[in-house]
Design a protein around this ligand. Structure first.
Ligand code: NDP
Length: 462
């Protein structure tokens, strides 16, 4: 039972109803429950809403389906340059929502089935902790478990401004009965930028107000600038250094007042202003489980809290709030505690994509982060992808490599353009193995692709 020679926490005694009780049926909780059960543990899982969590029900999966839906607008437009006559094209929002709902229902059922097949006892109920080994369900049932895993995820945060309750969040936008003609989005993060692209692509007039200097704080500056320019060129009315101070009902919609005094009359306001961990009401703190200022459960590298029998994975721990990370944390926990194979999630090199229009994706250090650690070489290219020639689309693809000047290691990969997310996933293998710029240079190009540009950038720009 080793991970770099370290001993992980092992399973405790069995004088309980369950070896593991999981609170929360999202990405992290479901994986942990299933793998623990497959390792032979007696597992219970409580979920108060729907199996699959944010990712499946109102996050990654429905979002990507909407991204595809919006992408057809590009295809119809671009097709003309390729000789097609495109006539009578119409978009039906309720039809998309219904199709999306059917797919999500299918996925949710598959999640629940796999858990049942693994022998996990499912409790369709909210649960809270009574002590270090006992949980109580909303229906009054109580269970004893040698281990408890908190995997309750997070919820959208809405700032306390007058009229904020008139707005919606990412929880509601997936199920709107009608597509808003005018949408104002507050925020400049993942959700804000992704929905700006989706709704703009589907024909909504989108205004996006972000309080900071540039969208996607924390991402590489060139990626942020390229994406902001592309979003504006596609028609998103993006304003930075602009916040919302009030929302009120008007005769013909919602009147939004910005901090410069300007007003915007829209049909819906989407607050995409971040998420907070779901820990309220779980009864964690009185038991000695430490919470951070934002409510996140404090855990060690083994996902273990200050109370040895209580663990936590996923967004509720506010480490890296992404589905594959939660899944890996759940798997590592189950393998360590119930599978005799200690392993900890490596949070150091997580590929990330923002499914904007065009998509953007990133891996490793930004140029600014890398410069703080030592001298770097920057390789950057901007080009019009082949698809955009006949279509007449002016949009460029941007690719950037951040390379350590001394050891030539590729430290960061930052892309904006079609296929960015798919490319970064594969680049993550090479970069994770310690690839150098010379390894990239030695790699034969695959022509004609956009990805080939990643291996033919020869001259540093800085
Ligand atoms: P983010 O943290 O990405 O963005 C939140 C945005 O809201 C930021 O621009 C932030 O500004 C702004 N904001 C925060 N508080 C306020 C406030 N009081 N007033 C005005 N603006 C405010 O959160 P999201 O909700 O977009 O996404 C949550 C997480 O979910 C992401 O961090 C990501 O981990 C995950 N996610 C991943 C996706 C993917 O992988 N493609 C897609 C969607 C979500 P500032 O920068 O100034 O703090």
């Amino acid at each position: 039972m080793t991970d770099n020679g370290q001993q992980g926490p092992a399973a405790a005694g069995t004088a309980h109803d369950f070896d593991l009780f999981v609170i929360g049926g999202g990405s992290g909780g479901v994986r942990a429950a299933r793998i623990a059960a497959e390792h032979g543990a007696r597992v219970g899982l409580a979920e108060e809403f729907r199996y699959g969590g944010t990712c499946v029900i109102r996050g990654c999966i429905p979002k990507k389906l909407l991204v595809y839906a919006a992408g057809f607008a590009d295809h119809f437009e671009d097709a003309r340059g390729y000789g097609w006559t495109v006539e009578g094209v119409r978009f039906d929002w309720p039809a998309l929502v219904a199709a999306k709902d059917a797919e999500i229902a299918r996925l949710e059922a598959a999640y629940a089935d796999r858990l049942r097949q693994a022998g996990v006892q499912l409790c369709a109920s909210r649960a809270s902790l009574l002590d270090a080994h006992r949980v109580r369900l909303a229906n009054g049932a109580e269970y004893r478990a040698s281990h408890i895993l908190v995997a309750t995820g997070g919820s959208p945060f809405v700032p306390a401004i007058p009229g904020a309750e008139l707005g919606i969040t990412s929880n509601e936008i997936f199920d709107l009965p009608v597509r808003p003609d005018r949408l104002l989005i507050v925020g400049g993060g993942y959700v804000a930028c992704e929905f700006a692209g989706i709704m703009n692509g589907l024909g909504t007039h989108v205004t996006q107000l972000y309080r900071g200097e540039q969208i996607l704080r924390g991402f590489d500056e060139d990626l942020r600038d390229e994406l902001a320019g592309a979003m504006r060129a596609r028609g998103v009315a993006l304003e930075v250094q602009r916040d919302v101070v009030a929302v009120e009902k008007a005769a013909d919609g919602l009147l939004v007042t910005a901090d410069n005094g300007e007003t915007h009359l829209v049909d819906q306001v989407l607050f995409a202003t971040g998420r907070r961990p779901n820990t309220a009401g779980l009864g964690l703190e009185p038991l000695g489980v430490e919470l951070q200022a934002n409510g996140a459960v404090r855990v060690d590298a083994w996902s273990q809290t200050a109370v040895p029998s209580i663990f936590a994975v996923g967004d509720v721990t506010d480490r890296v709030a992404l589905t594959p990370v939660a899944i890996d944390e759940g798997q590592a926990f189950a393998d360590t505690v119930f599978g005799g194979a200690a392993r900890r999630t490596d949070h150091s090199l997580v590929p990330k994509a923002v499914f904007t229009q065009p998509p953007s994706a990133t891996l490793g250090l930004t140029e600014a982060e890398a410069r703080q650690k030592g001298p770097v070489e920057i390789y950057r290219t901007r080009f019009r992808p082949l698809l955009n020639t006949l279509s007449g689309r002016q949009e460029r693809t941007m690719m950037k490599l951040v390379v350590g000047a001394k050891d030539r290691r590729v430290l960061g990969v930052h892309l904006v353009g079609e296929g960015a997310a798919e490319m970064v996933q594969l680049a993550a293998i090479a970069v994770g193995m310690g690839a150098t710029k010379d390894d990239f240079d030695r790699t034969m190009a695959l022509h004609p692709t956009s990805a080939e540009e990643l291996v033919i950038m020869r001259t540093p720009v800085a």
